[in-house]
Design a protein around this ligand. Sequence first.
Ligand code: ADP
Ligand code: ZN
Length: 743
Amino acid sequence: MEYQLSVFLISRPFTCALDYRLSAASPPQPGCRVSVPLGTVSANLGIIVRVQEAPSAAQSLKLKEAIVLDEKPVFAKDIYELCLFAADYYHYPLGQCFFTALPSLLREGRPAQFKPEPALRLCPGAPAAPSFKSEDLARLFELLRQSPAPLLKQELKDRGFSATQLRTLVKRQLAEEVEIQDTNEPCWQERCKAPLKNSGLELNAEQSQAVSEVCAALGSFKTFLLDGVTGSGKTEVYLQIIAAVLQRGQSALVLVPEIALTPQTVERFYQRFNAPVLLLHSALSDQSRLNVFLTMQSGRAAILIGTRSALFTPLHALGLIVIDEEHDSSFKQGDGLRYHARTLALKRAELNACPLVLGSATPSLESVWQAQNGHYQLLRLTQRAGNAVMPECTLVDLRKEPLSLGLHTGIGHTLEDAIGEETARGNQVLLFLNRRGYAHQLVCHNCGTIFTCPHCDSALTVHRQEGKLRCHICDTSLKLPERCPHCGGENLLENGFGTEQAEAFLRLRYPDLGIERIDRDSVKNKDNLEQKLQRIRNGESSILIGTQMLAKGHDFPNVTLVGILDIDGGLFSDDFRAPEYTAQLLTQVAGRAGRAAKRGRVIIQSHHPDNLLIHQVIDPSLPYLSLAYDLLQARLHLHLPPASCQAFLLSNSLNREKAHLYLLQLLQTLTARLPQFRELSIGPVMSDKIEKRHNRYHFHIQVLSPDQGQLHAFLQAALQAASLQKGFAEVRFAIDVDPLTLY
Ligand code: ADP
Ligand code: ZN
């Protein structure tokens, strides 16, 4: 038979399908991959979207021949539909949406095949209770002993064991390495009669209420916003809802921010479920990612926990989606298909007729707004679970603190004293400063030259330990200079402090205490982070200083003091989201204090202690949600998102004039059509706040509309007009829908 295939190429920005022909005994299915010629490139990867019987041999002869790569579609039906939705909503070429949704090996045209993965199991003759020097080794041995099947080495690593520990067991001939093959095993439900290891904790009233509301909605599409203060037991709620999902024979998808995927969190899932749990995160090899994709697709695992991109993994009989820390900005992709996982999860839950649970101690104003409008059902956990109580917050007026050595590195006297007191009691202290590096700029004291990045409009940060100046945008680094290249001056001033400098002060001040810095410079990989966290957990280290990386997911039971070194930056930003982010950050960081039996306290330092926002955040009688309602009111007043829909038209180029002209012309073309879009407000062409990045010049146009339909119609028109602009080969154009940055 002759068939005519409509195909979207995954590496080309085409907005329509191309047609090819195929001679085959039976028609291929939409969602299968094909290799097709185009122009001078003979093998382009594409996805079939339509198959027709070719009307007549004569007509289809003009078409080029396609080679079909898959027997079965690589796209599950819901993921396929999700891509169609994403292409439409984000005004992004469908082929490239398909690209985003596929594991990289499938993008490269490799077969959709499982490759054996290394796993460990106990040696048949291993003694029942060998002695171990470390508790971890004993725990590892016990895990292997109890497991009915070999455990993937990757899983053991995700659960916090190091490669060395795995090797030690093998060397001692207690464990042996085997390979897990693609077994063609049946679905997990058939292999695993009891999906639960145990039924979990006894829930408090609020938790039970939350669990039963969601469970009542299983089998239908409904969105819940679980607003639960830090430590209120949200994770326990997810676990118990998932248990109910598994009992129905369905599977669950849990999305978390990258850094929240700690062995502690992961362990709670493994401890609860017999049913197989898989993880998808950035540290996996391409083959492991494909294995996860195939295992989930065939229903051989029941639960997938992963970061943003895990959203595109096919799940057999999907019964629930959870997004933990739903306010986290890492759920929005910053380039390519600029999707927000929450937006797409909503669609995916709808496609699968299953509930979506958005959980956070500090929900985004977008979600709070939806809950207020009745689109999401609000569930609240207002108490900390167990016996933990909320910490007490103190605001320190930095203007009244003496100009001590500590203050120059961000640590005032009051905080310094408190650190001394708490550590003397054997407690731990967590210090938060959202700026890495030693100093945030270097200035020549003689001629005033500021050292800036040659590729970006940004000052270089001093990294003393590395002996380098580093750009925090493009990561370019230069050797730390000894003199000014312009005037030869030798007096170079370091302005502003970052985590590296605060750490240096702390080491000087508390030479006998273990200090861990946790930021992108000091933490190179997962193992490295785990070692640091381990030293914190076993009490070797008592002071932790770090950036965002510390604010999320980690549970430090012995931290009784949290110090927030500098929040003034967040108070005076021109981003309308800054108050929301500041409130979220303060609440999250403060939530790290006193998570267990010990009462915690929080010290916030500011040069602007009269600022209303800070007072609202630390007011114990004002829960985050009430503050969120206030902030939301202010947004609605100004017709800003979420009250209106926002998008940006973006251009960038190596050539500044061209990048600018591109948007100017586009705007001119569109002006003629504006009467059609009455509700729309369109900004002028502006350069980005940091115009030059990676040597490219960036410009944008902001578009706002209270009417989503009009915004999207306008963006469609813009995309079409953009595709007709001539003479701008070197300009890149993009649309960002529901942006989180203001460019
Ligand atoms: P969240 O995810 O809201 O920050 P967690 O689920 O991590 O909170 O719970 C915080 C702590 O409280 C954990 O140590 C957890 O084991 C404990 N916890 C949760 N629910 C209960 C409960 N119903 N009874 C006792 N302890 C609980
Ligand atoms: Zn740079």
